[in-house]
Design a protein around this ligand. Structure first.
Ligand code: MEV
Length: 422
Protein backbone atom coordinates (compact mmCIF):
# COMPACT_ATOMS: atom_id res chain seq x y z
CA UNK A 1 0.00 0.00 0.00
CA UNK A 2 1.44 3.39 -1.03
CA UNK A 3 1.89 6.09 1.59
CA UNK A 4 0.02 9.40 1.51
CA UNK A 5 3.11 11.09 2.98
CA UNK A 6 4.50 12.68 -0.18
CA UNK A 7 7.33 15.12 0.56
CA UNK A 8 7.20 18.40 -1.35
CA UNK A 9 3.90 17.55 -3.05
CA UNK A 10 3.16 21.29 -3.13
CA UNK A 11 6.26 21.93 -5.23
CA UNK A 12 5.09 19.78 -8.15
CA UNK A 13 3.16 21.26 -11.10
CA UNK A 14 -0.57 20.34 -11.17
CA UNK A 15 0.01 17.93 -14.10
CA UNK A 16 2.66 16.06 -12.10
CA UNK A 17 0.54 16.04 -8.94
CA UNK A 18 -2.32 14.36 -10.78
CA UNK A 19 0.13 11.69 -12.05
CA UNK A 20 1.10 10.94 -8.45
CA UNK A 21 -2.57 10.79 -7.43
CA UNK A 22 -3.37 8.54 -10.43
CA UNK A 23 -0.73 6.03 -9.36
CA UNK A 24 -1.65 6.21 -5.66
CA UNK A 25 -5.39 5.75 -6.24
CA UNK A 26 -5.12 3.53 -9.30
CA UNK A 27 -7.26 5.96 -11.32
CA UNK A 28 -8.41 5.47 -14.88
CA UNK A 29 -7.55 7.99 -17.59
CA UNK A 30 -11.15 9.23 -17.61
CA UNK A 31 -10.87 10.17 -13.92
CA UNK A 32 -7.80 12.25 -14.71
CA UNK A 33 -9.66 13.96 -17.56
CA UNK A 34 -12.65 14.75 -15.32
CA UNK A 35 -10.51 16.14 -12.53
CA UNK A 36 -8.25 18.36 -14.64
CA UNK A 37 -11.02 19.69 -16.84
CA UNK A 38 -12.47 22.99 -15.60
CA UNK A 39 -15.70 21.90 -17.30
CA UNK A 40 -15.82 18.56 -15.46
CA UNK A 41 -19.60 18.85 -15.29
CA UNK A 42 -21.25 19.23 -18.70
CA UNK A 43 -24.07 21.72 -19.13
CA UNK A 44 -26.37 18.83 -20.08
CA UNK A 45 -25.58 16.96 -16.85
CA UNK A 46 -25.98 20.17 -14.81
CA UNK A 47 -29.34 20.79 -16.44
CA UNK A 48 -30.52 17.45 -15.09
CA UNK A 49 -29.36 18.24 -11.57
CA UNK A 50 -31.12 21.54 -10.79
CA UNK A 51 -33.59 23.96 -12.40
CA UNK A 52 -33.01 26.95 -14.69
CA UNK A 53 -29.38 26.03 -15.38
CA UNK A 54 -27.24 28.58 -17.22
CA UNK A 55 -23.75 27.26 -16.46
CA UNK A 56 -21.42 25.72 -13.87
CA UNK A 57 -18.89 27.34 -11.52
CA UNK A 58 -15.58 25.58 -11.02
CA UNK A 59 -13.84 25.73 -7.61
CA UNK A 60 -10.16 24.79 -7.08
CA UNK A 61 -9.66 21.12 -6.22
CA UNK A 62 -6.61 20.31 -4.09
CA UNK A 63 -5.22 17.18 -2.47
CA UNK A 64 -4.41 16.95 1.23
CA UNK A 65 -1.53 14.58 1.90
CA UNK A 66 -0.35 12.64 4.98
CA UNK A 67 -3.74 11.34 6.13
CA UNK A 68 -3.56 8.03 7.97
CA UNK A 69 -6.97 6.96 9.27
CA UNK A 70 -7.36 3.58 11.00
CA UNK A 71 -3.95 2.59 9.58
CA UNK A 72 -5.04 3.28 5.98
CA UNK A 73 -3.41 5.99 3.88
CA UNK A 74 -5.65 8.50 2.08
CA UNK A 75 -5.03 11.28 -0.40
CA UNK A 76 -7.93 13.59 0.37
CA UNK A 77 -9.59 15.71 -2.36
CA UNK A 78 -10.70 19.13 -1.11
CA UNK A 79 -12.75 21.63 -3.14
CA UNK A 80 -12.44 25.12 -1.68
CA UNK A 81 -11.81 28.71 -2.73
CA UNK A 82 -9.94 29.68 0.46
CA UNK A 83 -6.12 29.65 0.51
CA UNK A 84 -4.15 27.77 3.22
CA UNK A 85 -6.86 25.20 4.05
CA UNK A 86 -5.39 22.28 2.08
CA UNK A 87 -1.83 22.99 3.26
CA UNK A 88 -3.00 23.31 6.88
CA UNK A 89 -4.88 19.99 6.82
CA UNK A 90 -1.85 18.24 5.30
CA UNK A 91 0.48 19.69 7.96
CA UNK A 92 -1.75 18.67 10.83
CA UNK A 93 -2.18 15.15 9.39
CA UNK A 94 1.62 14.88 9.30
CA UNK A 95 1.87 15.79 12.99
CA UNK A 96 -0.61 13.02 13.81
CA UNK A 97 1.21 10.32 11.79
CA UNK A 98 4.02 9.90 14.29
CA UNK A 99 1.51 8.62 16.85
CA UNK A 100 -0.48 6.40 14.48
CA UNK A 101 -2.72 8.93 12.71
CA UNK A 102 -6.46 9.14 13.29
CA UNK A 103 -8.58 6.46 15.00
CA UNK A 104 -12.30 6.57 14.41
CA UNK A 105 -15.64 5.06 15.40
CA UNK A 106 -19.28 5.71 14.51
CA UNK A 107 -22.88 5.05 15.53
CA UNK A 108 -23.93 3.76 12.11
CA UNK A 109 -25.56 5.51 9.14
CA UNK A 110 -28.85 6.17 10.92
CA UNK A 111 -31.11 9.18 10.26
CA UNK A 112 -34.29 10.50 11.90
CA UNK A 113 -37.50 11.31 9.99
CA UNK A 114 -40.01 13.54 11.82
CA UNK A 115 -43.79 13.47 11.49
CA UNK A 116 -45.57 16.41 13.11
CA UNK A 117 -49.17 15.91 14.29
CA UNK A 118 -51.15 18.93 15.44
CA UNK A 119 -54.59 19.45 16.98
CA UNK A 120 -54.54 16.18 18.93
CA UNK A 121 -57.11 16.30 21.72
CA UNK A 122 -55.28 13.85 23.97
CA UNK A 123 -51.61 13.85 22.87
CA UNK A 124 -50.30 11.51 25.59
CA UNK A 125 -52.93 8.88 24.72
CA UNK A 126 -52.00 9.32 21.04
CA UNK A 127 -48.32 8.84 21.84
CA UNK A 128 -48.96 5.48 23.50
CA UNK A 129 -51.31 4.36 20.73
CA UNK A 130 -48.74 5.20 18.04
CA UNK A 131 -46.05 3.33 19.99
CA UNK A 132 -48.32 0.28 20.39
CA UNK A 133 -48.62 0.10 16.56
CA UNK A 134 -44.86 0.37 16.03
CA UNK A 135 -44.45 -2.94 14.14
CA UNK A 136 -47.19 -2.09 11.63
CA UNK A 137 -45.78 1.40 11.10
CA UNK A 138 -42.24 0.10 10.56
CA UNK A 139 -43.56 -2.50 8.11
CA UNK A 140 -45.36 0.19 6.11
CA UNK A 141 -42.23 2.38 6.12
CA UNK A 142 -40.03 -0.49 4.94
CA UNK A 143 -42.40 -1.37 2.09
CA UNK A 144 -41.34 1.93 0.50
CA UNK A 145 -37.72 0.87 0.04
CA UNK A 146 -37.22 -2.89 -0.44
CA UNK A 147 -33.75 -2.26 -1.95
CA UNK A 148 -32.55 -0.51 1.22
CA UNK A 149 -34.06 -3.30 3.35
CA UNK A 150 -32.36 -5.97 1.19
CA UNK A 151 -28.91 -4.50 2.01
CA UNK A 152 -29.61 -4.46 5.75
CA UNK A 153 -30.99 -0.93 6.06
CA UNK A 154 -34.50 0.44 6.52
CA UNK A 155 -36.73 1.74 9.31
CA UNK A 156 -35.50 0.12 12.54
CA UNK A 157 -37.32 1.93 15.31
CA UNK A 158 -39.90 4.56 16.10
CA UNK A 159 -40.04 7.06 18.94
CA UNK A 160 -42.83 9.46 19.88
CA UNK A 161 -42.67 12.65 21.95
CA UNK A 162 -45.19 15.30 23.00
CA UNK A 163 -43.77 18.81 22.74
CA UNK A 164 -45.02 22.16 24.03
CA UNK A 165 -45.06 24.88 21.39
CA UNK A 166 -46.43 28.40 20.91
CA UNK A 167 -49.33 26.70 19.08
CA UNK A 168 -50.06 24.20 21.81
CA UNK A 169 -48.96 20.58 22.29
CA UNK A 170 -47.89 18.54 19.29
CA UNK A 171 -47.15 14.84 18.84
CA UNK A 172 -43.85 14.25 17.08
CA UNK A 173 -43.22 10.76 15.73
CA UNK A 174 -39.61 9.99 14.87
CA UNK A 175 -38.74 7.22 12.44
CA UNK A 176 -35.24 5.84 12.93
CA UNK A 177 -33.87 4.72 9.56
CA UNK A 178 -30.61 2.94 8.75
CA UNK A 179 -29.62 4.50 5.42
CA UNK A 180 -26.55 2.30 4.73
CA UNK A 181 -24.56 3.96 1.90
CA UNK A 182 -27.16 6.62 1.06
CA UNK A 183 -27.30 10.04 2.70
CA UNK A 184 -30.90 9.05 3.10
CA UNK A 185 -33.02 12.20 2.75
CA UNK A 186 -35.12 10.73 -0.07
CA UNK A 187 -35.63 7.36 1.60
CA UNK A 188 -36.50 8.89 4.97
CA UNK A 189 -38.87 11.52 3.56
CA UNK A 190 -40.67 8.90 1.46
CA UNK A 191 -41.13 6.67 4.51
CA UNK A 192 -42.33 9.57 6.67
CA UNK A 193 -44.91 10.53 4.05
CA UNK A 194 -46.04 6.91 3.67
CA UNK A 195 -46.84 6.36 7.35
CA UNK A 196 -48.44 9.79 7.85
CA UNK A 197 -52.03 8.65 7.09
CA UNK A 198 -51.71 5.84 9.67
CA UNK A 199 -50.39 8.30 12.27
CA UNK A 200 -53.29 10.61 11.50
CA UNK A 201 -55.88 7.89 11.98
CA UNK A 202 -54.26 6.60 15.20
CA UNK A 203 -53.83 10.05 16.75
CA UNK A 204 -57.10 11.61 15.50
CA UNK A 205 -55.01 14.70 14.78
CA UNK A 206 -53.72 16.39 11.64
CA UNK A 207 -50.33 15.47 10.22
CA UNK A 208 -48.40 18.43 8.80
CA UNK A 209 -44.63 18.15 8.31
CA UNK A 210 -43.00 14.88 7.24
CA UNK A 211 -39.27 15.48 6.86
CA UNK A 212 -35.78 14.28 7.78
CA UNK A 213 -33.93 15.94 10.70
CA UNK A 214 -30.43 17.20 10.02
CA UNK A 215 -29.62 17.00 13.72
CA UNK A 216 -28.46 13.45 13.01
CA UNK A 217 -27.66 12.31 16.55
CA UNK A 218 -27.81 8.65 15.47
CA UNK A 219 -25.23 9.24 12.73
CA UNK A 220 -22.31 10.39 14.83
CA UNK A 221 -18.72 9.98 13.78
CA UNK A 222 -15.77 10.25 16.15
CA UNK A 223 -12.09 10.67 15.42
CA UNK A 224 -9.10 11.02 17.74
CA UNK A 225 -5.43 11.73 17.12
CA UNK A 226 -2.30 12.47 19.11
CA UNK A 227 -0.38 15.43 17.73
CA UNK A 228 3.31 15.31 18.45
CA UNK A 229 4.47 17.88 20.98
CA UNK A 230 7.78 18.66 19.26
CA UNK A 231 6.22 18.80 15.80
CA UNK A 232 3.68 21.29 17.17
CA UNK A 233 6.50 23.55 18.38
CA UNK A 234 6.95 22.49 22.02
CA UNK A 235 5.16 22.82 25.33
CA UNK A 236 4.33 26.50 24.98
CA UNK A 237 2.46 25.92 21.73
CA UNK A 238 0.63 22.92 23.23
CA UNK A 239 -0.48 25.08 26.17
CA UNK A 240 -1.48 27.86 23.79
CA UNK A 241 -3.70 25.43 21.85
CA UNK A 242 -5.31 24.27 25.11
CA UNK A 243 -6.01 27.91 26.02
CA UNK A 244 -7.43 28.57 22.54
CA UNK A 245 -9.72 25.53 22.86
CA UNK A 246 -10.87 26.61 26.33
CA UNK A 247 -11.71 30.07 24.94
CA UNK A 248 -13.84 28.57 22.15
CA UNK A 249 -15.62 26.12 24.42
CA UNK A 250 -16.62 28.93 26.80
CA UNK A 251 -17.50 31.77 24.43
CA UNK A 252 -19.95 31.40 21.52
CA UNK A 253 -18.45 34.36 19.61
CA UNK A 254 -15.09 32.61 19.44
CA UNK A 255 -16.68 29.17 19.09
CA UNK A 256 -18.54 30.11 15.89
CA UNK A 257 -15.18 30.83 14.22
CA UNK A 258 -13.50 27.80 15.82
CA UNK A 259 -16.20 25.49 14.47
CA UNK A 260 -16.14 27.33 11.13
CA UNK A 261 -12.48 26.32 10.86
CA UNK A 262 -13.51 22.68 11.39
CA UNK A 263 -16.11 23.06 8.64
CA UNK A 264 -13.45 24.47 6.28
CA UNK A 265 -12.06 20.94 6.11
CA UNK A 266 -15.32 19.04 6.34
CA UNK A 267 -17.13 21.02 3.65
CA UNK A 268 -14.14 21.00 1.29
CA UNK A 269 -14.09 17.17 1.23
CA UNK A 270 -17.88 17.06 1.13
CA UNK A 271 -18.03 19.40 -1.86
CA UNK A 272 -15.33 17.44 -3.70
CA UNK A 273 -17.26 14.22 -3.19
CA UNK A 274 -20.68 15.64 -4.13
CA UNK A 275 -22.35 15.75 -0.70
CA UNK A 276 -25.16 17.94 0.62
CA UNK A 277 -22.93 20.49 2.33
CA UNK A 278 -25.84 22.41 3.90
CA UNK A 279 -27.05 19.27 5.66
CA UNK A 280 -23.57 18.81 7.14
CA UNK A 281 -23.39 22.43 8.31
CA UNK A 282 -26.87 22.23 9.87
CA UNK A 283 -26.02 18.95 11.61
CA UNK A 284 -22.68 20.15 12.94
CA UNK A 285 -23.83 23.48 14.38
CA UNK A 286 -27.05 22.14 15.89
CA UNK A 287 -25.04 19.29 17.46
CA UNK A 288 -22.58 21.86 18.86
CA UNK A 289 -25.55 23.57 20.58
CA UNK A 290 -27.26 20.38 21.82
CA UNK A 291 -26.63 21.15 25.52
CA UNK A 292 -28.34 24.53 25.16
CA UNK A 293 -24.95 26.24 24.92
CA UNK A 294 -22.98 26.46 21.67
CA UNK A 295 -19.75 24.52 22.24
CA UNK A 296 -16.66 23.22 20.45
CA UNK A 297 -17.04 20.13 18.25
CA UNK A 298 -13.49 19.18 19.24
CA UNK A 299 -11.72 18.60 22.55
CA UNK A 300 -8.02 18.83 23.44
CA UNK A 301 -5.96 17.52 26.33
CA UNK A 302 -2.34 16.56 27.07
CA UNK A 303 -1.10 12.98 27.36
CA UNK A 304 1.56 11.94 29.91
CA UNK A 305 4.36 12.81 27.45
CA UNK A 306 2.99 16.29 26.83
CA UNK A 307 1.64 15.47 23.36
CA UNK A 308 -1.69 16.98 22.39
CA UNK A 309 -4.63 14.58 22.14
CA UNK A 310 -7.47 15.89 20.00
CA UNK A 311 -10.95 14.44 19.46
CA UNK A 312 -13.94 15.35 17.35
CA UNK A 313 -17.55 14.11 17.48
CA UNK A 314 -20.31 15.29 15.17
CA UNK A 315 -23.05 14.04 12.86
CA UNK A 316 -21.71 13.34 9.35
CA UNK A 317 -24.59 12.49 7.01
CA UNK A 318 -22.92 11.59 3.72
CA UNK A 319 -23.70 9.05 1.03
CA UNK A 320 -22.14 7.29 -1.92
CA UNK A 321 -25.33 6.30 -3.70
CA UNK A 322 -28.37 8.26 -4.78
CA UNK A 323 -26.89 11.76 -4.64
CA UNK A 324 -24.53 13.95 -6.65
CA UNK A 325 -21.61 11.71 -5.66
CA UNK A 326 -23.14 9.05 -7.93
CA UNK A 327 -23.71 11.30 -10.95
CA UNK A 328 -21.27 14.20 -10.92
CA UNK A 329 -18.22 13.01 -12.90
CA UNK A 330 -15.68 14.96 -10.82
CA UNK A 331 -17.28 13.88 -7.53
CA UNK A 332 -17.16 10.26 -8.70
CA UNK A 333 -13.47 10.60 -9.51
CA UNK A 334 -12.86 12.23 -6.11
CA UNK A 335 -14.49 9.26 -4.39
CA UNK A 336 -12.11 7.02 -6.37
CA UNK A 337 -9.13 9.18 -5.33
CA UNK A 338 -10.14 8.66 -1.69
CA UNK A 339 -10.69 4.97 -2.26
CA UNK A 340 -13.55 4.82 0.28
CA UNK A 341 -15.85 1.82 0.01
CA UNK A 342 -18.74 2.92 2.22
CA UNK A 343 -20.51 6.07 3.38
CA UNK A 344 -19.23 5.39 6.89
CA UNK A 345 -15.63 5.20 5.74
CA UNK A 346 -16.12 8.52 3.91
CA UNK A 347 -17.69 10.06 7.03
CA UNK A 348 -14.76 8.93 9.18
CA UNK A 349 -12.20 10.48 6.83
CA UNK A 350 -14.27 13.68 6.73
CA UNK A 351 -14.39 13.94 10.54
CA UNK A 352 -10.62 13.35 10.71
CA UNK A 353 -10.04 16.17 8.23
CA UNK A 354 -12.24 18.41 10.42
CA UNK A 355 -10.08 17.63 13.46
CA UNK A 356 -6.85 18.19 11.49
CA UNK A 357 -8.15 21.50 10.17
CA UNK A 358 -9.09 22.73 13.64
CA UNK A 359 -5.74 21.73 15.13
CA UNK A 360 -3.89 23.53 12.34
CA UNK A 361 -5.92 26.71 12.84
CA UNK A 362 -5.47 26.69 16.64
CA UNK A 363 -1.74 26.11 16.30
CA UNK A 364 -1.34 29.03 13.91
CA UNK A 365 -3.56 31.29 16.02
CA UNK A 366 -1.77 30.40 19.26
CA UNK A 367 1.70 30.99 17.78
CA UNK A 368 2.60 33.10 14.74
CA UNK A 369 -0.99 34.17 13.95
CA UNK A 370 -3.05 33.21 10.94
CA UNK A 371 -2.10 36.05 8.62
CA UNK A 372 1.47 35.13 7.65
CA UNK A 373 0.50 31.94 5.84
CA UNK A 374 -2.65 33.52 4.48
CA UNK A 375 -0.78 36.53 3.15
CA UNK A 376 1.54 34.49 0.92
CA UNK A 377 -1.41 32.92 -0.85
CA UNK A 378 -3.41 36.13 -0.80
CA UNK A 379 -0.46 37.85 -2.49
CA UNK A 380 -0.53 35.25 -5.28
CA UNK A 381 -4.25 35.86 -5.81
CA UNK A 382 -3.69 39.63 -5.92
CA UNK A 383 -0.78 39.18 -8.37
CA UNK A 384 -2.88 36.97 -10.64
CA UNK A 385 -5.90 39.26 -10.51
CA UNK A 386 -3.63 42.21 -11.43
CA UNK A 387 -2.64 40.34 -14.58
CA UNK A 388 0.51 38.36 -13.68
CA UNK A 389 0.82 34.97 -15.38
CA UNK A 390 3.25 32.03 -15.19
CA UNK A 391 6.35 32.53 -13.07
CA UNK A 392 5.58 36.21 -12.67
CA UNK A 393 2.76 35.36 -10.21
CA UNK A 394 5.22 33.98 -7.67
CA UNK A 395 7.78 36.74 -8.22
CA UNK A 396 5.27 39.55 -7.80
CA UNK A 397 3.75 37.81 -4.77
CA UNK A 398 7.13 37.35 -3.09
CA UNK A 399 7.98 40.99 -3.63
CA UNK A 400 4.73 42.17 -2.12
CA UNK A 401 5.12 39.87 0.91
CA UNK A 402 8.67 41.04 1.59
CA UNK A 403 7.57 44.68 1.30
CA UNK A 404 4.43 43.89 3.38
CA UNK A 405 2.41 45.74 0.72
CA UNK A 406 -0.15 43.38 -0.74
CA UNK A 407 -2.21 45.63 -2.94
CA UNK A 408 -3.64 45.50 -6.43
CA UNK A 409 -1.98 48.77 -7.53
CA UNK A 410 1.42 47.60 -6.21
CA UNK A 411 1.00 44.29 -8.03
CA UNK A 412 0.34 46.18 -11.27
CA UNK A 413 3.48 48.28 -10.79
CA UNK A 414 5.56 45.20 -10.04
CA UNK A 415 4.24 43.37 -13.09
CA UNK A 416 5.55 46.27 -15.18
CA UNK A 417 8.91 46.43 -13.38
CA UNK A 418 9.61 42.72 -13.18
CA UNK A 419 8.49 41.80 -16.68
CA UNK A 420 10.72 44.52 -18.23
CA UNK A 421 13.62 43.35 -16.02
CA UNK A 422 13.48 39.90 -17.67
C1 MEV B 1 -10.59 30.78 8.68
O1 MEV B 1 -11.31 30.37 7.54
C2 MEV B 1 -10.75 29.79 9.81
C3 MEV B 1 -10.18 30.24 11.15
O2 MEV B 1 -10.70 31.52 11.48
C4 MEV B 1 -10.58 29.21 12.17
C5 MEV B 1 -10.32 29.61 13.61
O3 MEV B 1 -10.28 30.81 13.91
O4 MEV B 1 -10.17 28.68 14.43
C6 MEV B 1 -8.69 30.39 11.10
Amino acid sequence: MATSEIPNFYKFAPKDRIKIVKTFSNLEEKDVEHVISAAGLSIEAADHMIENVIGTIPVPLGIATNFLVNSKDYLVPMAIEEPSVVAAASNAAKMARKHGGFRTSNTGPVMIGQIQTVRVLDPHRARLDILSRKDELLKKANEQDPKLVSVGGGAKDLEVKVIDTARGQMVITELIVDCRDAMGANAVNTMAEAIAPMIESISHGKVLLRIISNLATHRLVRSAATFDREALGGEEVVDGILDAYAFADSDPYRCATHNKGIMNGIIAVALATGQDTRALEAGAHSYAARSGRYRSLTTYEKDTDGNLVGTIELPVAVGLIGGASAVHPVAKSCVRILGVKSAIELAEVIASVGLAQNLAALRALASEGIQRGHMKLHARNVAASAGATGELVEKVAQHMVSERKIRFDRAQELIGELSTAE
